[in-house]
Write a protein that binds this ligand. Structure first.
Ligand SMILES: [Zn+2]
Ligand SMILES: [Zn+2]
Length: 314
């Protein structure tokens, strides 16, 4: 440790210059390209999420709500009024089907007005509304009148789903709690278990890429695929135009990161990462992960075309 006792405020010496240089060389940069707001199933509003990222000192940031860009768009409106250097990148996380498994694909830096993206999102929105209607019809047949309007009111700006029907059943006193609502009426095999529509992996990848964005396989180890199946996923994803994979996700172990790093190297994928933050909790990572680019790999954070700094006019 270097101690320099002869300094007065504002002065400098070789030691402090050295310390400054050392500090700069170890400066930790935080990024986060995977977070959720109240526009899907997160608990912080898009504004609160931007504020959290700023408070944490995140340098590049994306809100990636499930099947909607509403969270990003609201965050962008807010962020144009905030003077800050953090880059806000357009983001989304699509659910899709691949080989009998539900896979999540994150899209970053897309043009959200692009007709292919708009059409894709419209289709998902319509499918979600149709599903809500079907769930409501099933519940009404069981004698629960007003389920659709009730669940919609609870959903507010977020996307209507089974949790809102469950909350409505609780609020009306039909069940004791959300768990009971699922056990009796909404869970697997029950009357209100209407299957969701998910597009194919190749479709959502195409939507992202056609809109000028980067498609990324989200949290690749969460699907619990065998090594062979994970490699097949990567091959199919690349064939559809996908170019990147999350090697950092939430609270992964070092071994898991190394495993994904090798996969990225083998298949020449760009790397990405994010906390997958939904809410504060004992098992969830906070917003912001340390930026690291292992040798020989390239991060998605190289060249955004639609990222925005605070206070910028759009
Ligand atoms: Zn996910
Ligand atoms: Zn997520």
């Amino acid at each position: 440790m270097i101690i320099c006792g002869s300094l007065t405020r504002g002065s400098s010496c070789r030691h402090t210059q050295l310390l400054t240089a050392l500090n700069e060389s170890v400066k930790i940069v935080l990024i986060d390209f995977h977070t959720h707001s109240t526009a899907s199933d997160g608990v912080l509003s898009p504004r609160e999420l931007v504020d959290r990222a700023l408070a944490r000192g995140v340098d590049q940031f994306a809100i990636t709500d499930h099947d909607t860009m509403a969270g990003y768009l609201e965050a962008r409106r807010y962020y144009t009024q905030v003077e800050a250097q953090m880059m806000l990148v357009p983001g989304i996380e699509f659910s899709c089907r691949w080989s009998g498994v539900t896979i999540h694909i994150v899209g970053l830096d897309m043009d959200c007005q692009h007709p292919v993206m708009v059409a894709g999102l419209d289709r998902l929105g319509q499918a979600r509304r149709d599903r809500g209607q079907k769930i409501a019809e099933k519940l009404e047949k069981l004698g629960f009148a007003g389920a659709l309007a009730g669940a919609q009111a609870l959903a507010g700006d977020s996307q209507l789903g089974r949790p809102h029907f469950a909350a409505w059943l609780v609020a009306r006193g039909h069940v004791e709690d959300v768990g009971q609502a699922f056990d009796r009426y909404l869970g697997q095999g029950k009357a209100g278990d209407v299957k969701a529509f998910w597009p194919e992996l190749a479709e959502v990848t195409h939507w992202i890429v056609a809109a000028g964005g980067t498609a990324i396989i989200a949290h690749p180890l969460k699907y619990k695929l065998t090594g062979m199946k994970l490699r097949r996923l990567v091959v199919d994803f690349k064939a559809a135009g996908g170019t990147a994979i999350e090697i950092y996700s939430g609270r992964q172990t070092r071994d898991q990161v190394s495993h994904l790093q090798r996969l990225a190297t083998t298949y020449e994928l760009q790397i990405s990462g994010g906390s997958d933050f939904h809410r504060d909790g004992p098992y969830s990572a906070d917003v912001g992960i340390e930026l690291a680019t292992p040798e020989g790999l390239r991060g998605v954070w190289g060249g955004w075309t639609r990222a925005l700094r605070g206070g910028a006019l759009t």
